[in-house]
Structures are given as structure tokens and as C-alpha cells.
Design a protein around this ligand. Structure first.
Ligand code: ZN
Ligand code: ZN
Length: 302
């Protein structure tokens, strides 16, 4: 099963499975609150983490993203984008403009006092021409991560993300289930997930993948590899016990893994922040022979 977005008025004409229609398939992001919440969570996790400097650095970026949403919001009419047969924010439907580069400039000015390593990355980025930055953004958006230096990728992706999350929040389209197997790419922007989240409240117990770029969340059934669809021999690792809120879901068929973060067990979890803060679990899982099948923009090159 995968998820497709169609204009709201078309929904009645769709003959989709009635059981699956009861499950909310897609949540668009709320950029007005998302980055503030993420920054707060990162600052809190930094207090007790061996990676506190890094978590505080990520918090500064999230605060920069929150300021952009507040001070430089974008509005775009995306009504044509939902009429295509592809994710509405994918590059084929919506070519990338240079607007995100204004966001990059703002993000780079968020760091007044910082380490020499970050100062160097910022200087390096400022030497890029508009075209060079555009090329690098397109490499990242098409999964060619190795073509961009890790310390530049993080800032470029963060600027792109705050651009795409605002667009995603403005889409007037409804998600329907389709009988295809491309469920590990975001149905809104076609990017890879950061991790899975088990939601709280009305959707308690349901699993969603969280997009690394546009911050949307889409439904995927549990106990299933989110990378190759395998449903057998799925193993879970955690640093504590089987009741831990953060685990890695590992697949014996493709040897991929992705974290699964359970808000039922810890309602304060924020997917991107907690994914970075639990880096030791990634190391342990990789020692067992599994490779991460998702992307966390804050861990590019670090
Ligand atoms: Zn997305
Ligand atoms: Zn798999």
C-alpha cells in the first residue's frame, strides 16, 4: 500500500478500501509550532547528553527555522500541484526556485558566536554562487548526498526543509491509499523518512513515517520493514529493555533499519530531536550489521 494525494473534491469518486479510509493516512506539518517544539526538545535533551554541544547547535538551527516561519513566511498557490500523478512537491511537479537561498542566508546569520568548525562551514557556504547552491540543493533532493560536503549539507537541507514544510502545510489535498509499494517515500515531496513515530491520542498505536524534508507524516502498518516491505524476521533493538520508547526496527531481508519512536511510551518525544539524541543506538545497531534506511538532516557528515 502507498499513499497518493488528490484534490479534496475528487475523494467521493474514489472507490478506495473502506477499512483503510478510517485511518488518517497523512498529516501535513504545522511549521508554526513544529520548530519551536523541536528547539525546546533539543535544549532539554542537551542537558543530559554526551552530545550536548551538538544538540545545542541543532537547537540553534531549529530556532532559526522557527524565526523564518514567523518573519519570512511564504504563500504559494499549489492547487495545480495536486492534480498531477506524482507527489505534489516533488521536483517533477514543482521545480525548485531560488527562494530557499534567502532562508539559507538567514540561517547562517543565526550563528554569531560559534566554534571554528561551524565558522568555516559558514564561510565555505558563503563563497558559493547562486547556481552552485542550486546545484547542491538539487543533488541533495535527488539523493546524491555524497556530492555535497557534509558540513554544507546540513545548512542547505535545513533551509530547504523550512521552505518545503511551509508549502506542505498549504496543500489542499486529501490522501488516499493506493495499491503500489512505494510507501517509504514521502507522498507529499518524495523524500526519505527520518524515522517512524507511534502516535498518541486519537491515533494511538498507529505508526507513521516522518518526512526528513517537508515534515509530513504518513501511515505505514506496523511490524513491517519500511524499506523493502518484508514482514518476517523483523527484530527490534533498544538501549534499555523491550519497553523502551526508542528502538531500531531491523530487517533480516534487506539489512536496513529505521528507528521507531513511541509517543505512547514517552509523549515528549520529538522525532528529529530524539533521533539525533539516540545516536548511540544507531552505533549499536550498525555493529549488528544493519544500515540506516532513513535520513536525518542533522547527522549529515557528522
Ligand atoms: Zn515530505
Ligand atoms: Zn527490509
Amino acid at each position: 500500500m502507498s499513499i497518493k494525494i488528490i484534490p479534496q473534491q475528487q475523494l467521493e469518486q474514489q472507490n478506495s478500501n473502506s477499512v483503510i479510509r478510517k485511518i488518517p493516512l497523512l498529516f501535513y506539518p504545522s511549521p508554526n509550532t513544529l520548530y519551536i517544539h523541536r528547539a525546546e526538545r533539543l535544549r532539554l535533551l542537551a542537558k543530559e547528553s554526551p552530545f550536548s554541544d551538538y544538540l545545542n547547535f541543532c537547537a540553534t538551527i531549529a530556532e532559526g527555522q522557527a524565526n523564518i516561519v514567523k518573519l519570512e513566511p511564504i504563500q504559494m498557490d499549489l492547487s495545480d500541484a495536486v492534480h498531477k500523478d506524482q507527489p505534489p512537491l516533488s521536483l517533477d511537479v514543482l521545480p525548485l526556485t531560488t527562494l530557499w537561498q534567502d532562508y539559507l542566508t538567514i540561517l547562517l546569520t543565526s550563528f554569531s558566536q560559534t566554534t571554528s568548525e561551524i565558522t568555516q562551514a559558514i564561510e565555505q557556504l558563503r563563497q558559493n554562487s547562486v547556481q552552485q547552491l542550486q546545484d547542491k540543493a538539487l543533488y541533495l533532493l535527488t539523493g546524491k548526498f555524497e556530492l555535497v560536503a557534509g558540513n554544507e549539507s546540513l545548512f542547505i537541507w535545513s533551509a530547504l526543509s523550512v521552505y518545503y514544510s511551509q508549502l506542505a502545510s498549504q496543500i489542499k489535498g486529501t490522501a488516499i491509499a493506493e495499491n503500489t509499494d512505494k510507501h517509504w517515500f514521502c507522498p507529499v515531496c518524495n523524500s526519505m523518512p527520518v524515522a517512524s513515530v507511534i502516535q498518541l491520542g486519537n491515533n494511538s498505536g498507529l505508526r507513521y513515517l516522518h518526512c526528513s524534508l517537508c515534515e509530513s507524516e504518513w501511515y505505514v502498518p506496523r511490524v513491517k520493514c519500511t524499506s523493502c516491505d518484508n514482514m518476517q524476521d523483523i527484530q527490534y533493538f533498544s538501549l534499555e529493555n523491550e519497553l523502551a520508547a526508542i528502538k531500531t526496527e531491523c530487517c533480516e531481508a534487506c539489512h536496513g533499519y529505521l528507528k521507531i519512536l513511541d509517543q505512547d511510551k514517552d509523549p515528549h518525544i520529538e522525532v528529529v530531536a530524539d533521533d539525533i539524541a539516540s545516536l548511540i543506538l544507531d552505533m549499536k545497531t550498525e555493529e549488528e550489521g544493519f544500515a540506516k534506511s532513513g535520513v536525518n538532516p542533522f547527522i549529515f557528515g557528522y
